[in-house]
Design a protein. Sequence first.
Lengths: 280, 325
Amino acid sequence: MSPLRHALARAWRDPRGRAGALILAAVTLGAMIGPHLLPDPLAQPCVLTCRDLGPSLEHPFGTDDLSRDVLARVATGGRISLGVALLAVALSVTLGAVTGLVAGYLGGAVDTMLMRLVDAALAIPRLFLLLLVLAVWEQVPVLVLVLLIGATGWFGTGRLVRGEVLRLREEAYVRAAEALGASRRRIIFRHLLPNTAGPLLVAATLGVGDVILLEAGLSFLGLGVQPPTPSWGGMILDAKAVLVAAPWAGIFPGLAIVITVLAANLFGDALRDAVDPRGA
Amino acid sequence: MTHALQVENLRVSFPTGDGGLVYPVDGVSFTLDRGRTLALVGESGCGKSLTSLALLRLIPSPGRIENGSTILLGDTDVLSLRGEPLRKIRGRRIGMVFQDPMTSLNPVFTVGDQIAEGVRAHFDVSRAEARRRALMLLQEVGIPDPAARLDAYPHQLSGGMRQRVMIAIALSAEPEILVADEPTTALDVTVQAQILEVLDRLRDRHGMAVLLITHDLGIVAGRADRVAVMYAGQIVEEAPTERLFASPSHPYTQGLFASIPRIRGPIGRLSPIGGSVPAPGAWPSGCRFRPRCPRAFEKSETMPPLLPVGPDHRMRCWLAERERA
């Protein structure tokens, strides 16, 4: 069994890890199949009599001020929010990993250049950078949102991976691979990358929670996912106007955010301990 | 005649904190021929491992090989190579077996993958073919049930098995020269013998040249054709193995033999060499063994060259002159 699978198995034996994984799986499953079973999240069955209905059998999470089914919107919004989070994290982890690997292994001027770039980027507050771009670019497509969040989220990962690589490149097996005539590319991607998989997976898992929060915040400010496409943050924004009349319209997407982020963090923490038991 | 490997006046320098340079390898010369084993013997810190790394230009930064050094691999001038041609001699012309089989294998790959990596780094063969060769190599280094071991991860193998895997990796690109840096230091004594036998067998079967680096004179006897003893970055005595064992001449070599327990003969106290190897940069002027040498005399205050003491036998000590006279 490879060390990464060992770590995953250890995380699964950890109650936090198992709870986090199960909740994440349930949320993902709900977001994937929910929209197929539930009513159309944009449908307005009736204009006046179905507004702001409380939870019932027909509408378990109630309806919002536009008479739309909140459960259906939470499920569809989950698909958007999780999708944005996963894609953005995949992008930022890839960028961070490649930068960190190259900087850490090659060292010298390349390392200095890349790390000063990261230092500079980390000095710019990410949220304000995103707010600026999104405020200028009205009605931003979801894919662009993903690219923006991903492209501004890799700096920490880059540093983390570089640090790991600085340690790993002194390992005897890296020297042995060099002595065997392995090319730089091969050493970076075959020897160093898999050995950073643990920390990368931890960073990715914790990153999913962060990005869900970030996207929810941006959408709540009206700058993220644009209506009528449902997203958890956007739903809370819509619910703000009817907070007293229909609190469920805001509570359920809010709960979805809390539960998903909590699950991601639980799983991430368990995974971190499993990857590096000494830090536990 | 061209040798498999010829090293002339190899010097390796490292910068010190205060802007100076130290030379942990300082003017090492030796030759190595096919089908032969040269043992490079010395204490920790004498520069023997750096010498072996220098052969593949793997001196860790910020160390460097000084101008004026020569490393000839057959007709190839190793020190003039850069980039791809340099990569191509690593593994292919010189294979390395490292000291610690516990850390020299990548923990995240199966041993089969790691052996196949060497095959594929130098030969244009399919994955299946590389795997087939990996299996043969495991067989060759004497691993029982090699087909099952191919898919084992390093942590599932014992130290001796891992060292056999390391040897299989070093052989994967069919090198002419095998450099074994303390190949048995991390192993049990019984396993040591087995590993050394594997090396001997491979040398004889493939006609390889073997550079055996060790601190243990005990494993040199009956195995190496020649022995070079290193002290403080220099070779201090060099001779055919039998001759060196029969009449060690340099006071340092004599000290090494005096500190080995003997099975036969009268039982006496071991006499270890007093003091320890000085760090590079803290070397005394003149003969570097002078402060620890029981036979040092006035002339030891100037550095002796390698002087002949017998047929094919040289040492870096002025006593050679005196004994000949």
